[in-house]
Design a protein around this ligand. Sequence first.
Ligand SMILES: [Zn+2]
Length: 143
Amino acid sequence: MTEPAPVPAPPVPSAPVLPALVPIVRAAMRSRCPRCADGPLFAGMTAFAPHCRACGLDFRQFNVGDGPAAFLILVVGGIITALAVILQIKAEPPFWVHVLLWVPLTTIAVVACLRVSKAALLILEYRNQAREGRIAPEEATRQ
Ligand SMILES: [Zn+2]
């Protein structure tokens, strides 16, 4: 008895990553509610509002954690450090020029990028219905 030839698996379409990110980045830069796109996400510089003023979506159910801040420390810190080193090598300015230039620039870049990255993570949590992990009850695991 011969076994039937295995059926080849259908090819997995590879979704282009960059075009998929464009609407999320655009929505994050607008910093609006992921459900109605009307109410503002933030109540302060980087603090989320408790809920959407337009549709009432509770933003407290989402937890973006410290991921955006840690990522920004690496990216913004690396860019600013590289620019400071290049400036020092090319122009050798006095130290106070570095302080006057890089401290405000770093602060502005971090706050601006933190708002966008926190908004992007909240939008992704909403769209993907991501929630904190829970341990399933024992009856549910016996299936
Ligand atoms: Zn809303």
